[in-house]
Design a protein around this ligand. Sequence first.
Ligand SMILES: NC(=O)C1=CN([C@@H]2O[C@H](COP(=O)(O)OP(=O)(O)OC[C@H]3O[C@@H](n4cnc5c(N)ncnc54)[C@H](OP(=O)(O)O)[C@@H]3O)[C@@H](O)[C@H]2O)C=CC1
Ligand SMILES: O=C([O-])CC(=O)C(=O)O
Length: 270
Amino acid sequence: MHLGVIGYGNIAQTLLDLLSQPGAPAVTRVTLLVRPGKAEAVAEATGGSALPVATVETAEALIAGGPDLVVECAGHAGVTAHVTTVLRAGIDTVVVSIGAMSDDALAAELKAAAKAGGARIVLPAGAVGGIDLLSSLSASGPVEVTYRGIKPPKAWAGTPAEAVADLDTLDHALVFFEGTAREAASQFPKNANVAATLALAGAGLDATRVELIADPAAAGNIHAYEVRSSVATYSMKIENLPSKGNAKTSVSTIYSVLREIRNRLAVVAI
Ligand SMILES: NC(=O)C1=CN([C@@H]2O[C@H](COP(=O)(O)OP(=O)(O)OC[C@H]3O[C@@H](n4cnc5c(N)ncnc54)[C@H](OP(=O)(O)O)[C@@H]3O)[C@@H](O)[C@H]2O)C=CC1
Ligand SMILES: O=C([O-])CC(=O)C(=O)O
């Protein structure tokens, strides 16, 4: 597989490492799409990689190389800037920054581009689990979903949480946001992609209730949610290890991307 990757931050860097390990999915080369002016530095940084890595600065250059699959891990701005072009070129794209789909106009544009190009938008489970069951249940009738995203205070740095609390001195768990998944995804683009994932799999962006919590005692990034439907009721709590390179992003997100790649190449997809 020739893999295209949009962004070269925490997720992309670790993904490249994982793809270079023995037993990794059979990705034979990678093209990275980075911000204008950064290609040379990134090419230097990836020079020692076990995989051949090319670095480009435009979506046009990315698609010209003919990748078999593209993974977006460049935040909501990266989705807006590049994914439409990739989909219109007929290349399936794994969109990690799922919260970008909470913008109805952008979501419609992405879907239209995918349809025109004959490509698919793949939304990975990311840092959460149970999306298969939730998506299945949503076909059975109404589902009720309540989600709580709990992270240590430092993971909320640079977000509107700072207006509500002093994150450096917070000594108790604080619910600083209550609202819908759509509101959470747009106000916390680096922290509430899970809320959007649950919403898109289940009750929708305006019906999925979300609480966001800063908790100095949190054991990592915690995603907890309850689902009620006529067919099944379940609850889930995931305690995720934060990434070394970005405390906001759980390591499991990167393995979820790896799973999407593995399933594209495997005889048995699971
Ligand atoms: N679905 C899920 O469960 C999860 C989703 N996410 C999403 O994944 C995103 C990436 O996470 P992570 O890797 O940890 O974040 P990082 O901030 O470490 O990396 C993002 C990278 O994307 C680059 N970038 C931004 N805009 C563009 C652009 N227009 N073109 C090319 N590159 C661009 C950034 O460059 P620069 O530094 O120059 O801005 C940065 O290097 C998060 O922002 C979040 O939206 C994260 C965790 C879980
Ligand atoms: O990685 C995580 O734990 C979740 C996350 O940042 C998000 O939902 O955007």
